[in-house]
Design a binder for this molecule. Structure first.
Ligand code: NAD
Length: 299
């Protein structure tokens, strides 16, 4: 990676520096180190964030020894969001509801608590910039993986009463697992169905808010949408968890139909901001984080 500004003073860690890391594999495309280090420098904090691309066999040791290398907190991404759970001492509600952790907070007593800030990050973006009255809406979530689970649980925790989750037949067991967990904590809120053309034709026009929580729209799926966007009407809101590209084919087409539409970058920024609050107790400059993330993606 090239240095943004070669004339900028370098940050030299001291014996007091607090380290934050991201556990995952692969990590070369991650925005998080870029975003958090810019915030640490802007706020003059003696902290450093580093991506730690490690194999699964090293995950347990890395997590268990965090305090010995001055690591004060961590993010966790694919493929370790569920695999990290056995190495933690406690789970916050956000992680207990979903079974998935994206943030580890190290307490003063050395205990490591797993949190999930993805759902909160997503739901904050529905309030602003999208401007929705979140609890009063009915939601259709496409996909039943970690992101879908985090979004569904957080919506329910905000008072949402009706969520339909659609999942491909090949991985329908994930939808069943999601519903089981939801029913334990938020009985009656979640229903599930198979994601196929017939169901989509009925479900898409019937929901006020539609959320793509699959990988469709990014990478090799960049030219695809999960459903035919001709089914949309302007009174609907359409959101994506995918943030690269910033506006997926689905989001661009939804905007063309006059819908409120939002890509996943605000979710990414808000989940990072929430992790930052949990680690440091400091309120981060969220708009600056968003601008920084945009600069990373536009490079
Ligand atoms: P996951 O593998 O746990 O779940 C993916 C889900 O998508 C599964 O239900 C799978 O069946 C479904 N799916 C995959 N390909 C599909 C296709 N072609 N058609 C229909 N369904 C398909 O992954 P995840 O952790 O839930 O991540 C999903 C997406 O969310 C990824 O693109 C990830 O980058 C994104 N994400 C974004 C943020 C953010 O901050 N914006 C945070 C977390 C995840």
């Amino acid at each position: 990676m090239t240095v943004d500004n070669p004339a900028a003073p370098i940050f030299v860690p001291s014996v007091h520096t607090k380290f934050f890391v991201l556990f995952g594999d692969p990590l070369s495309f991650s925005v998080s180190a870029w975003m958090h280090n810019h915030v640490f420098r802007k706020l003059g904090m003696d902290c450093l964030y580093s991506p730690l691309e490690i194999g699964e066999e090293k995950l347990g040791t890395a997590v268990k020894t965090m305090e010995t290398w001055h690591c004060a907190g961590a993010n966790v991404t694919m493929p370790y969001k569920a695999k990290v759970v056995p190495y933690l001492d406690d789970l916050a509600d956000s992680a207990r509801y979903t079974g998935v952790v994206n943030t580890i907070v190290l307490g003063e007593d050395g205990r490591k608590t797993g949190h999930n800030t993805d759902g909160e990050g997503f739901v904050q973006s529905l309030y602003s910039p999208l401007g929705l009255d979140v609890p009063s809406k009915e939601y259709l979530i496409l996909g039943a993986g970690g992101a879908a689970s985090a979004v569904a649980c957080t919506l329910a925790s905000k008072g949402v009463r009706r969520i339909l989750v659609l999942s491909r037949k090949s991985s329908f067991h994930r939808a069943e697992g999601l519903k089981k967990r939801m029913d334990e904590h938020f009985p009656g809120v979640c229903t599930i169905d198979e994601m196929n053309e017939d169901v989509l034709r009925r479900a898409v026009p019937a929901h006020e808010v539609i959320i793509n929580a699959t990988k469709v729209g990014m990478g090799t799926y960049a030219d695809e949408t999960v459903f035919d966007t001709a089914l949309l009407s302007p009174c609907q809101a359409v959101c994506d968890v995918v943030y690269n590209p910033r506006e997926t084919k689905m989001i661009l087409e939804a905007k063309g139909k006059g819908c409120k539409a939002l890509g996943g970058l605000w979710m990414l920024v808000n989940q990072g901001a929430e992790a930052f609050r949990l680690w440091t107790g400091v309120e981060p400059p969220v708009d600056f984080m968003y601008e920084t993330a945009c600069r990373f993606l536009d490079r």
